[in-house]
Design a protein around this ligand. Structure first.
Ligand code: NDP
Length: 399
């Protein structure tokens, strides 16, 4: 008996629910809980399996979470609500004796800032409780860390001269003037921050989207790619201390950037509350309410995502390069789950991470980033469950 509780009924939660439901031999009982229970019910209807339970929960409220955990008694919680809820859900897991997995690191609501320190601080308590917490198990973070661990295990002797680049290409066309591929509030907070990368043992800060260059993506071609800070850089340089430089790149079209500039210039990206007609509102949260819902993009989304790691290091005394990537078709993702490729590439690894835990392959008391576990069974599962990967040895990394 392996009971799983999914928290969050958005784009990613929908994919996790579909994928979990495809493996009843591992996930014998499933519950989806979110702030709005009708969204959970709609997912169950789309899957067509009435045995999946649903519940309403406010994941900002530890007592409510603990009550739900104690009544359903899941073995693991898959947290695909928002990064704001990570700490309350981890706290509730400790109180109710439940294991934990998420796809994004904690971020306080009132400050656009994320780092792992808040969640790593729970390590001793999870260890003492004999519980496992798996952090950042989507695609990036998630598969990006597993790819890196796999490269370190199989393709490099020494990573002294490792040049790690993680490339995230949202290449498709959703036929909207402006839309984000996942929660707009989280997405806009992330990309309007300063950039940051690791070089020579320290962090180098850049202005938002200051550096960009053309990178060529398999089956897609060259795309202008921008240097951003991304959370897995923090854990990867810690867990692979020989990395000299680690950077993260993401593609944006000119149309997207023009809209973003206007949104910022007119103050709509602000997270400072303002008073409007006697009511306090946060401009970015209001903007989220009027932008297209990422969950509704799937039907008309053409093209594919391409996400990979480009790594330089040393093998058998010789410098070598290694590129490992996955391309995911938005239409194929939509046909299978009703969601576009970005939700799909996040939800599938979250399901696989929970499966690794329940099979005992990724079970270790404490709080861990994905690259700290054995990458091999996870890589095998990616090929089997919808995100096959490809490798290029000693090619031109363009970086
Ligand atoms: P959505 O906004 O589509 O969905 C979020 C869901 O969480 C909604 O169903 C929402 O409920 C629910 N929720 C929000 N607050 C609460 C709360 N207090 N209590 C209970 N439920 C709550 O987001 P996505 O599905 O696009 O993203 C989900 C997560 O995945 C995010 O953390 C995001 O950062 C992460 N992500 C990770 C990626 C990776 O590769 N690692 C890539 C993309 C996303 P309601 O609708 O009722 O308000």
């Amino acid at each position: 008996m392996s009971k799983v509780l999914i928290i969050g009924a958005g784009g990613v939660g929908t994919v996790v629910a579909h994928k979990v439901a495809q493996h009843p031999e591992v996930f014998t009982e499933v519950m989806i809980a979110s702030r709005t229970q009708s969204k959970c019910d709609a997912i169950v209807k789309a899957i067509g399996n009435p045995n999946i339970k649903t519940a309403k929960v406010d994941a900002d409220n530890v007592a409510e979470l603990v009550a739900l955990f104690n009544s359903f008694k899941p073995e693991i919680v898959i947290n695909v609500a928002l990064p704001y809820q990570d700490l309350t859900i981890m706290e509730a897991c400790l109180q109710a004796g439940v294991n934990y997995l998420d796809t994004a690191n904690y971020e306080p609501k009132d400050e656009a800032h994320f780092e792992y320190s808040w969640q790593w601080a729970y390590k001793k308590r999870f260890e003492d409780a004999g519980l496992t917490a798996i952090l950042g198990c989507g695609f990036d973070p998630g598969v990006s860390g597993v790819y890196t661990a796999y490269a370190a295990k199989h393709h490099f002797d020494e990573m002294h001269y490792l040049d790690l680049d993680i490339v995230d290409c949202n290449a498709g066309n959703h036929h909207k003037a402006f839309a984000t591929n996942f929660n707009p509030e989280i997405n806009i907070r992330e990309i309007t921050q300063n950039g940051r990368y690791w070089e020579g043992g320290k962090w180098v800060t850049t202005k938002p989207l200051e550096f960009h260059k053309d990178l060529t993506y398999p089956n897609i071609g060259p795309r202008d790619s921008y240097l951003l800070y991304h959370e897995e850089l923090e854990s990867l340089v810690k867990n692979f201390p020989t990395i000299k430089r680690a950077r993260f790149w993401m593609t944006f079209g000119q149309e997207y950037l023009t809209h973003l500039r206007v949104i910022q210039n007119i103050g709509m990206a602000s997270i400072e509350p303002i008073n409007y007609n006697g009511m306090e509102i946060v401009p970015l949260q209001f903007l989220k309410a009027v932008l297209p819902n990422p969950q509704d993009l799937g039907e008309n989304y053409e093209g594919e995502t391409s996400i990979g790691c480009r790594i330089r290091g040393v093998k058998d005394g010789k410098e070598r390069t290694y590129y490992v990537y996955n391309n995911c078709s938005h239409q194929a993702a939509y046909k299978e789950t009703g969601m576009q490729g970005v939700s799909y590439t996040t939800g599938v690894p979250a399901m696989i991470g929970a499966m690794m835990f329940l099979k005992g392959l990724w079970k270790r008391p404490g709080v861990w980033n994905v690259e700290e576990f054995d990458p091999d069974p996870f890589m095998e599962a990616l090929n089997m469950y919808g995100l096959p990967w490809h490798e290029v040895f000693d090619g031109d990394l363009e970086l």
